[in-house]
Design a protein around this ligand. Structure first.
Ligand SMILES: Nc1ncnc2c1ncn2[C@@H]1O[C@H](COP(=O)(O)OP(=O)(O)O)[C@@H](O)[C@H]1O
Ligand SMILES: [Mg+2]
Length: 340
């Protein structure tokens, strides 16, 4: 189903999203100039520390947030030039599933009513059709039809997350944004839910934007991975290239911090301890935003923002020091932080 030749389901150019800071005097640059596309039927992974702007990107992709600047093309159509009516129809194919399995379920509604609700809003189906479609969707996500009569509190977290997946299927989505969708689930059932996502994708050809802070989760499911840092992408490439031969120091740091060791063939030899906290997105560092935490940083990194370069096929990075072979050996001063 992976189709790199057809039109992307989503094209994002120079996206920025800014929020007023708590006291209203400054701006939080939550997303600060990212460009990418999501291809039909692919899983586009997004990783990065908490606060790096992942959820903000995700919410923008489904129209829950408006960009401060930049363009978004939904299935080739520029959001800015769509009529209200066209937008209402177009955005239906762009759905989101959240970390909290309860987020989209009304505790006072049966599972059946929760499944029917999005179809009601979309319109165009009779009551009987909506009921049949809801029950079929329930089966599709591996739940029994009789569970439709239950209330959310009568189900486990994993079952509720299956219901949340079932809710979006009748809308025939082109893209489903999955924001930390397994983070709240027991480790033992994460694999099952990830497999369900894969099966549905193979079956329906839908694309995912799969957001998580946990690299091993993203690596299991993604075709490509974008690495975010302080509202920007620092690296974007095929999963194998990102995991086995990362080009950006921050990606190496994230891979080193992985608590559950990656499978041996995915493990990287270089280990690096990420020191210090993520700087504030109100006043991000000059030049390369990662230079304050980077063992490779030189004067140039503090002064000049690195270009977004395609160093390997379909693999881009924003780092002055990266080469197609990776990063050069570290200068002596950083030797304490890294082992090879
Ligand atoms: N509605 C909001 N108002 C103000 N600041 C926000 C809002 N949403 C997110 N932010 C800020 O934007 C930055 C990015 O947040 P977020 O996209 O949630 O990151 P992530 O999902 O990677 O943890 C953070 O500094 C966060 O505090
Ligand atoms: Mg988030």
């Amino acid at each position: 189903m992976k189709d790199t030749l057809s039109r992307p389901v989503m094209e994002v150019r120079d996206l920025t999203v800014r929020f007023p800071s708590l006291d209203g005097t400054e701006e939080v640059r939550a997303v600060d100039g990212v460009s990418f596309e999501i291809r039909a039927g692919e899983t586009f992974g997004v990783i990065g520390e908490s606060g790096s702007g992942k959820s903000t990107v995700g919410r923008t992709l489904v129209g829950l947030l408006e960009p401060s600047s930049g363009t978004l093309k939904f299935d080739g159509q520029d959001r800015a030039s769509m009529s209200k009516r066209d937008w209402r129809v177009a955005r239906r194919a762009y759905q989101m599933i959240f970390q909290d399995p309860n987020a989209a379920l009304n505790p006072r509604m049966t599972i059946l009513d929760s499944l029917i609700e999005p179809m009601k809003i979309a319109g165009g189906r009779s009551a009987a059709e909506m009921r049949d479609t809801a029950l079929a969707a329930l089966e599709k996500v591996g739940l029994r039809r009789d569970m439709a009569q239950r209330y959310p509190h009568e189900m486990s977290g994993g079952q509720k997350q299956r219901v949340n997946i079932a809710r979006v299927l009748p809308l025939d989505p082109k893209l489903v944004v999955c924001d930390e969708v397994v983070a709240a689930l027991d480790v033992s059932i994460r694999g099952e839910i990830l497999n369900l996502f894969k099966e549905l994708q193979a079956d329906m050809g839908l694309a995912y934007a799969f957001i998580a802070h946990d690299i091993s989760v993203v690596a299991q499911i993604s075709d490509r991975i974008a690495v975010t840092y302080l509202g920007q992408f620092v690296e974007l490439g095929p999963t194998e290239g990102i995991i086995e031969a990362p080009l950006h120091p921050y990606t190496i740091a994230l891979l080193s911090a992985e608590p559950q060791p990656l499978p041996a063939h995915l493990r990287h030899r270089r280990r690096m301890v990420l020191e210090g906290d993520i700087p504030s997105p109100v006043n991000p560092p000059s030049g390369c935003r990662f230079h304050t935490r980077c063992p490779w940083a030189t004067e140039r990194c503090a002064g000049e923002e690195p270009a977004w370069r395609e160093l390997r096929p379909d693999h881009r990075v924003a780092c002055h020091h990266a080469t197609p072979e990776g990063l050069p050996p570290l200068p002596d001063r950083g030797a304490g932080q890294i082992s090879e």
